[in-house]
Design a protein around this ligand. Structure first.
Ligand code: SF4
Length: 268
């Protein structure tokens, strides 16, 4: 893995300018640069099982018992909420869904609508025309193909309009407890690359890479934890690296605080 020239390390919020500089330099100097460069070039493997295990353990400690942030009381409600969450915050979706499910309590109620009738109720989540078509289409599919029950099978879920792997993985993992794949949303996409768990750029290949390096028993938790991490610390712009439990094993090129060499290839 090539080693990039270390960028200027900036002081985290709440610290004086002189203290963090001294801390970083002291930490970096604990190993000769030549030794670290050799290690990075020669033996460093970002997806080595022990490194992945370390990442998972730290996530477990920092984010224990994390759950899906979308409010729901059934597989159908979770399916609808996940469709609505595309390009929208979970907070916004949770503001919309209580009224929505009160007004239309079953897949049958949604299936009876024309998409245009649904649009005003979900307008605030964005992309409401496409989302309306997807939800009404999915409701019809659930009724006509699956007897009104959301299926607990990846291929069957993918046959529903508007349902791609991310939505299917959310429903399978969070409602049915089935680890069939890894949810790759915007946070998982960004952070998996920062942590060098994948070099892929599209969600499909990112998921395939994650399924290879993360034990299947952790697929569901990993997604939830990374999504929480992406909201709390590893945000898209100016991640809060000084507060991050993964900092000393993260080599992301856009770190805002670093005690380790960063890697040119570890871009979000
Ligand atoms: S150290 Fe920074 S970039 Fe790396 S995972 Fe933590 S917050 Fe994200």
């Amino acid at each position: 893995m090539p080693v990039a020239k270390r960028p200027a390390v900036k002081a985290p919020a709440g610290k004086t300018k002189s203290q963090p500089k001294a801390t970083v330099k002291a930490s970096i100097r604990t190993k000769p640069l030549a030794a670290k460069t050799k290690a990075a070039k020669g033996s460093y493997d970002p997806v080595a099982p022990e490194r992945v295990k370390d990442i998972l353990n730290r996530l477990d400690q920092r984010y224990p018992n994390v759950r899906c942030a979308l409010h729901h009381n059934s597989a159908w409600e979770l399916l609808v909420a996940t469709i609505l969450s595309a390009q929208c915050t979970d907070v916004r979706v949770n503001m919309v869904t209580p009224m929505l499910f009160q007004k239309y309590p079953t897949p049958q109620a949604f299936a009876a609508l024309k998409p245009e009738q649904l649009e005003p109720d979900i307008r605030s989540t964005g992309f409401f025309r496409n989302k309306s078509k997807s939800i009404v289409g999915a409701a019809k599919g659930v009724i006509e193909e699956f007897g009104g029950q959301v299926p607990d099978d990846m291929d069957k879920l993918l046959s529903l309009p508007g349902v791609a792997r991310k939505t299917a993985n959310v429903v399978l993992g969070s409602w049915f407890g089935k680890a069939v794949g890894v949810v790759v949303d915007t946070h998982v996409h960004r952070i998996s690359r920062r942590l060098e768990l994948t070099k892929a750029e599209d969600p499909k290949n990112i998921e395939q890479d994650l399924m290879k390096v993360i034990p299947q028993a952790k697929w569901i938790d990993f997604s939830h934890q990374i999504i929480h991490h992406g909201r709390a610390l590893c945000i898209a712009r100016r991640p809060k690296c000084a507060e991050c439990p993964l900092e000393n094993i993260c080599h992301a090129a856009d770190k805002t605080w670093s005690t380790v060499e960063i890697h040119k290839g570890a871009k979000p």
